[in-house]
Every structure is written in structure tokens, then in C-alpha cells.
Design a protein around this ligand. Structure first.
Ligand code: KPL
Length: 298
């Protein structure tokens, strides 16, 4: 299968690199990472080891593929959609944080699938990504139900040795992932804890309440995510990725813009429209946005 991975950050490089063991993969990312991949290939180490040579580009000059995976930061979704709109991609699938798929649907004619990926990945240097935890990829139709395109994409992941679940309940799984991000990312960034310690320590109360608020918002929008399932998901992912740092914690440590709008902003926006109280998510959103504003990042 011909695959374009739009967003060669840590997760995009890892997933794209693993897919390149079986498929014809092009990564779109930034220099010096892209330059190094072109010169020496991509090195993957940690929980999975591989050396692969995908094509690598810094721009949207790529024009066609069977599958385009979107792995950019959530705030770059519109730019990714604009670039993909100039080409021909049979199926587009997001593996991003936040509820970004609707923005892809608005900009593209292709079938847009929803996806989640729980692999841990860290970019250690140009051309080098470490897999800090083998997770799972879940793919399915955005509005739920069976999807032949999702089945094909799932089979392509499986063929490359990436465990993929093809799910017909993506609406609830998307909110479950949002609850995981709300429960881990903000609290771990503000408390400066690894994912495991975030849930085990005093910040864990904030984590669990953020997950329950996300579940309440999901239910208000017609998606049946229980408080228990949301909290269980946060606890499970925190345990599975205990030694990892969340992407938001890394963003704060490196003085980079965060995905606060795609995670907490998405929750607060829907909560306001449906009259649901989300004081914890609102507070975390204000603190992270305050941090970004003070550094001129927004
Ligand atoms: O998606 C993540 C992130 O860091 O953005 C989690 C699931 C919290 C894993 O660290």
C-alpha cells in the first residue's frame, strides 16, 4: 500500500517507520529530521527495533497515496488538510490528539477515518525515534458502524506488524481518548510528573475529575461514555505509560505551544453548548493558556 504520513513528529515517525517495513511510505516533516532520513534512513529503537528508508519530504508536494495518515499536532490540522486537499488520497485517517477529524472532513473529499494510537514515542534526534511503549492502533468510521476502508487500513497495519483494532464504536472511543488526554496531559504538565506518578499522587484527583467531566460532555452530545469507563481508561493508560512524559509536559518543558485548545478547549466548548459544568477542565485550560500567553505562544 502507498502511505503518506503527514506529520513526522515522534508518533508519526514511529508509525510511519514501522509501516515502511511492509509498505511504500512517505513522511512529511521538518528539517533536520527529514534531511537525515533522506541521507541515512530512519532508526527506530527501544521497545521495537528497525532501520528503514521511507521517502521524506518537508512540504506538501506529494500528490497521491492509498492512505494519508495525519499525525501532526492538533493545531496544525488545518494546514495538513490544505496540503492534502491538493492531492488524491483514497482514505485519510487521523491519529492525532483531540477531536480533529471534523476539520479534515470539512476540507477533504476523501473518506476520513477516526483513529487512536497508544504507542509511546520520543524523537531523540534527527532521523532517530525511540519506541517507549508498544501500544495499539484503533481505526474505524468516524460516525461508527462497519467500514470497509477501516478494514483495509487495519489489514495494512497488521501486515506491517502493528497491532490494529478495527472498531465500529469510534464515537465512544474518541471521547475515551479525549478523557485520557484530559486526565493525563494537563495534570502531568502542571505537576511535572511522569504519567504514572500523575495518577498515583495528589494530581490524580484532578486527573480523575477531568476524565469524569469529559464523560459527562460525551453523554450530553449523545455518546454513551460512562464515568467509570473514562476513569478506567485514564488509569490504564497512565499505568501502561507510567515512565513516559505526556506530550503536554514535553511541550511545557521545551517552551512549545501545546494542544490545550484541541483537548480542554474541545471539552469546554461542548460543555458550554450543552450546559454541562466542567470546572476542572476549564481551570486546567486557563492555566495552560495563561502559560502560553505569558510566553507569546498564542
Ligand atoms: O496521548 C498522550 C500524550 O502524551 O499526548 C498520552 C496518552 C497521555 C500518552 O502520554
Amino acid at each position: 500500500m502507498e502511505v503518506l504520513v503527514y506529520g513526522a513528529g515522534a508518533l508519526g515517525s514511529l508509525v510511519g517507520g514501522l509501516l515502511a517495513r511492509e509498505h511504500d511510505v512517505t513522511l512529511v516533516g521538518r528539517d533536520p529530521h527529514v534531511r537525515r532520513i533522506r541521507a541515512d534512513g530512519l532508526r527506530i529503537d527501544g521497545a521495537v527495533e528497525a532501520r528503514v528508508s521511507p521517502r521524506a519530504l518537508t512540504d506538501g508536494t506529494h500528490r497521491a497515496a492509498d492512505l494519508a495518515l495525519v499525525t501532526t499536532k492538533a493545531y496544525d490540522t488545518d494546514a495538513a488538510a490544505r496540503a492534502l486537499a491538493t492531492g488524491e488520497y483514497g482514505t485519510v485517517c487521523s491519529l492525532q490528539n483531540g477531536l480533529t477529524e471534523e476539520r479534515l472532513v470539512a476540507a477533504l473529499d476523501a473518506t476520513v477515518l477516526a483513529g487512536t494510537a497508544s504507542y509511546g514515542a520520543r524523537l531523540v534526534g534527527p532521523g532517530h525515534v525511540t519506541c517507549t511503549g508498544v501500544g495499539e492502533v484503533v481505526i474505524g468510521a468516524l460516525s461508527g458502524g462497519p467500514s470497509p476502508q477501516a478494514a483495509r487500513v487495519g489489514a495494512a497495519f497488521d501486515a506491517a506488524g502493528i497491532e490494529a483494532v478495527v472498531a465500529d464504536d469510534m464515537p465512544v472511543r474518541r471521547f475515551e481518548k479525549l478523557a485520557v488526554n484530559a486526565g493525563i496531559n494537563g495534570p502531568s504538565a502542571l505537576a511535572r510528573t511522569e504519567n504514572g506518578a500523575t495518577l498515583d499522587g495528589p494530581a490524580g484527583d484532578v486527573s480523575r475529575e477531568a476524565a469524569r467531566e469529559t464523560a459527562r460532555v460525551a453523554r450530553a452530545t449523545g455518546v454513551e461514555l460512562s464515568d467509570e469507563r473514562a476513569v478506567d481508561a485514564v488509569e490504564r493508560v497512565a499505568a501502561d505509560t507510567a515512565a513516559n512524559r505526556s506530550s503536554m509536559r514535553e511541550d511545557l518543558a521545551n517552551e512549545r505551544r501545546t494542544e490545550v485548545d484541541a483537548i480542554y478547549g474541545a471539552i469546554v466548548y461542548r460543555a458550554d453548548r450543552h450546559g454541562v459544568a466542567v470546572p476542572t477542565c476549564r481551570t486546567v485550560a486557563s492555566l495552560i493558556r495563561g502559560w502560553e500567553t505569558a510566553r507569546g505562544l498564542r
